[in-house]
Write a protein that binds this ligand. Structure first.
Ligand SMILES: Nc1ncnc2c1ncn2[C@@H]1O[C@H](COP(=O)(O)OP(=O)(O)O)[C@@H](O)[C@H]1O
Ligand SMILES: [Mg+2]
Length: 240
């Protein structure tokens, strides 16, 4: 087993617990219920996928789990802390320290090298350049891109860009990675490599991973699969 990158607080606590979460948006005169009765417990060692068609509420749920949005009702605990009791600055601190985000479109900065992109979150933590670059190099090695550190995003394939984005998500040593359609812009074979990387990070580094996808082939590579339909979890386990 490799070096575990989770912080010193790893122990018996739950990673996440969502209890009867609802989310509604007021759109003109209509109240749109996007998430209904969502309850979910995630343990630190979990590799979980949430699968559903477009519009089923996946990104809304990921934004709530990732502390980018708040539920309309229900309670949410991260590592046994109740999120609704925290201030905005406590929330952004938890988001920065505990959560690594990966998106469909990679969201890399085009004028920075792979190394610069991976080190960027550490700039915001005020870390000196030498140490930042050393950590960024270490993370690029973890995703198999140590030989591409000085390439800019346009000089990398889609799969390589997503690896850079994953290295950037890892550099802050998060407890959990939230990936919203991480294979959505990639060919199936490249997407499979990215899923293999998430599986390896979960097993070797002990990072909790939640994959959000509309693709059952992707979802079924995870230990746990939850299906979201019109804002509700409808079943888990075997899927089409
Ligand atoms: N900020 C918002 N205001 C109003 N409706 C929204 C907002 N965000 C999402 N929705 C609606 O919520 C539903 C679920 O959206 P989303 O979570 O993005 O689904 P998915 O990621 O599964 O495609 C959609 O019907 C969408 O139009
Ligand atoms: Mg979405």
């Amino acid at each position: 087993m490799g070096t575990r990158v989770r912080g010193p607080e790893q122990g018996t606590e739950r990673m996440l617990k969502l209890d009867n979460i609802h989310k509604s948006y007021q759109v003109g005169p209509v109240m749109l219920e996007v998430l209904k009765c969502i309850s979910l417990t995630v343990e630190p060692s979990d590799l979980l996928s949430i699968v559903g068609t477009s519009g089923s509420g996946k990104s809304t749920l990921m934004n709530i789990i990732g502390l980018l949005d708040t539920p309309t009702s229900g309670s949410y605990y991260m590592q046994d802390k109740e999120i609704s009791k925290l201030t905005d600055s406590q929330l952004s601190e938890i988001r920065n320290q505990k959560i690594g985000f990966v998106f469909q479109q990679f969201n890399l900065i085009s004028r920075l090298s792979a190394l610069g992109n991976v080190g960027l979150p550490l700039v915001y933590r005020g870390m000196a350049k030498r140490r930042r670059n050393a950590l960024a190099e270490e993370m690029l090695a973890k995703v198999g891109l140590d030989d591409r550190a000085h390439h800019r995003p346009v000089e990398l394939s889609g799969g390589q860009q997503q690896r850079v984005a994953i290295a950037r998500a890892l550099v802050g040593k998060p407890a959990i990675i939230l990936a919203d359609e991480p294979t959505g812009a990639l060919d199936p074979a490249v997407g499979k490599d990215i899923m293999d990387l998430f599986i390896r990070l979960n097993q070797a580094e002990g990072i909790t991973v939640i994959i959000i996808t509309h693709d059952y082939d992707v979802a079924n590579q995870c230990q746990r699969v939850l299906k979201l339909t019109q804002g509700r979890f409808v079943e888990s386990g075997a899927t089409p």
